[in-house]
Design a protein around this ligand. Structure first.
Ligand code: CUA
Length: 319
């Protein structure tokens, strides 16, 4: 498929780009058509029915209304906006629902740069490196203010917030380098908070990852989380073999629909785990007592990320 930039739009570098573009162009050309039609008729009528000298001015004559005409100008726009709605909604859902086989990369925004953390433990700054032909899930959070992750060529833009996770995903079939912007004013150097997304063929990505991981002395997020699970005493109350302790076991909880003591229910995700670490009494799992202390101020964001990665690695759901 043709990926080159046009007069209207930048390079189409992701699998959703063409769908976004065709919806956009449909709206542009439809608007152009009606603009020309309406303005054209307006000019024509103004000229055709202009007042000629000596004409008698009659204020109480002329047509009142036409049911056919009214039905037409209600019916045609209704059909057109419903086409846009269905088309747009389907595209929106495709862009929001992350494929189950996506490769997850942690994105951190802060004044004024981006950092990326890969499952192997490798990290990069201002350059996201991904394999082609592979859905990529970006799990994003901010260390300070609101930023926004924006890659025009992929047609994705998502706010990156402090104290919670947001998600975006994309898949690119076209190896190359794509511009990354911060699209939310975040302070003095907002305009310099830019980077690149480098899409590599699979084999090149594998060797890049191997090399980058070898440079890292630290642990992978999962191993880091496993270590914290012991050192921060989670192990005292939470097992990893499925048997309940003072608290629920971590085995298979991620992505699982869970019932709470107050009768509500929720699918366990990154934000739920984060909340349970920082405000353990907000949603107590049914059958357990609200006895866990808060870890607010005890664990850093990096440590919470590690624990989440560890809990995810214990399976559950479709992730
Ligand atoms: Cu970060 Cu603007």
């Amino acid at each position: 498929m043709d990926t080159t930039a046009t007069f209207w739009l930048p390079t189409a570098g992701s699998t959703v780009a063409h769908e976004v573009d065709s919806t956009f162009m449909f709206i542009v050309w439809m608007s152009t058509f009606f603009f020309l039609l309406i303005v054209g008729l307006m000019v024509f009528f103004a000229w055709r029915y202009r007042r000629r000298s000596g004409d008698e001015v009659k204020l109480d004559t002329g047509p009142t209304h036409s049911k056919l005409l009214e039905a037409t100008w209600i019916g045609i726009p209704l059909v057109l906006v419903m086409i846009i709605f269905v088309w747009g909604f389907r595209g929106y859902m495709r862009m929001r629902v992350v494929p189950a086989n996506a490769l997850e990369i942690k994105v951190t925004g802060q004044q004024w740069f981006w950092s990326f953390s890969y499952p192997s433990g490798a990290t990069t700054v201002n350059e996201l490196v991904v394999p082609a032909d592979q859905p990529i899930k970006l799990l994003m959070s901010s260390k300070d203010v609101i930023h926004s992750f924006y890659v025009p060529a992929f047609r994705i833009k998502q706010d990156v917030l402090p104290n919670r996770y947001t998600v975006a995903w994309f898949e690119s079939k076209y190896p190359g380098s794509y511009q990354l912007f911060c699209a939310e004013y975040c302070g003095t150097n907002h305009s310099e908070m830019i980077g690149k997304v480098r899409v590599l063929p699979h084999a090149e990505y594998a060797s890049w990852l191997e090399q980058s991981t070898a440079e890292v002395t630290g642990l992978s997020p999962v191993d880091y989380g496993r270590q914290l699970y012991k050192s921060k005493a989670c192990i005292t109350c939470h097992t990893v073999d499925g048997s309940p302790g003072n608290g629920p076991s971590f085995l298979g909880v991620f992505g699982k629909e869970t019932d709470f003591a107050d009768g509500s229910e929720l699918v366990v995700d990154e934000n739920y785990i984060r909340e349970s670490i920082l405000s353990p009494r907000a949603k107590v799992v049914a059958g357990f007592q609200p006895i866990m202390p808060t870890y607010q101020g005890v664990l850093t964001d990096k440590e919470i990320d590690g624990l989440i990665a560890f809990i995810k690695s214990l399976g559950g759901g479709s992730e």
